[in-house]
Design a protein around this ligand. Sequence first.
Ligand SMILES: Nc1ncnc2c1ncn2[C@@H]1O[C@H](COP(=O)(O)OP(=O)(O)OP(=O)(O)O)[C@@H](O)[C@H]1O
Length: 331
Amino acid sequence: MISFEHVMKHYPGRGKNAAPVVALDDVSLTIEQGQIYGILGRSGAGKTTLLRCLNHLEEVTSGTIRVAGTDWTSLQGKELRSVRRQMGTIFQHFNLLASRTVFDNVAFGLELAGEKKQDIAPRVTELLDLVGLPDKAQAHPSQLSGGQKQRVGIARALATRPQVLLMDEATSALDPTTTEQILDLVKDLRDRMGLTVLLITHESDVVRRICDGAALMADGRVVEHGNLLELVSDPESRIADQLIPLGRAQDAFEGRSQLLSFVNQGVSEPLISTFTRETGINVSILGGSVEQIAGHKVGRLRVAFDHPHGGGLDDALIRQFFNERGVTVSK
Ligand SMILES: Nc1ncnc2c1ncn2[C@@H]1O[C@H](COP(=O)(O)OP(=O)(O)OP(=O)(O)O)[C@@H](O)[C@H]1O
């Protein structure tokens, strides 16, 4: 649905002979239709620039961005305005017009898009129903809670029936309960409308709750990306470590610990003790946790296996025991 192909973005450096700032450095990334995809990374990693290039607030220096197969980077004028409507954005600070009512805020985008007056009112009513604010049409933004303001933001972003929703730290200004409600609304809208959602966030909770996939950026580059449920069995995954922390491996076991990972299974005491009883191999649990990710129960456990009499370990036997019970073993 959205693909970035070798995208570079340079900003002019500050000062006369300063080198340009490389904000995006050969970024290639594909986001499938209907995915909710998180862009993670420290401050300055290039996340906002990626979003701004996607919605044409910035032009790429080189490379191509495609949306639904169309080369997005070469569009201009009328064509650009028309495809831009396929993309709605919601912001951290909502960006509502304070002097306009909720109704007029949502109508505004439709007016700009040249919709006929008689079509605007029913569409706004439909949108306010969709986001759960049918009784707030005549309120002003100052009379709304943060969560309600973001619902207006969502209604406004979806007014022109976009295929893509961009969320730029859209829940960072909200309390945890309101954040959950907004994320559940976004997920519900994705399910009902087939939206593709690209979001930037600093909050692991947001990624855990709604993302199917994520990319980690550092210094303008994508350093890791993938489907979240696939990344959990990768012991090297920084994204998985951020979302389902393992804690630090104990020094004594450094280098010979292994990762047990599972999705929608339970690693309970009986599993570990059954393993020990059946194989005579002891298991030390070094760290791990179980989290809910995109509606799935996902666990990662760092363990070390030890033969009590100093015998060798049969890796194939260990793998077979856990794999039969839906648990992946990785070095
Ligand atoms: N208009 C600009 N002019 C010059 N440099 C810029 C401009 N916008 C961003 N940069 C630089 O590009 C790099 C990437 O910035 P960007 O805002 O994309 O990062 P970010 O990951 O979104 O950070 P944050 O999480 O703090 O918003 C940074 O080094 C930043 O200083």
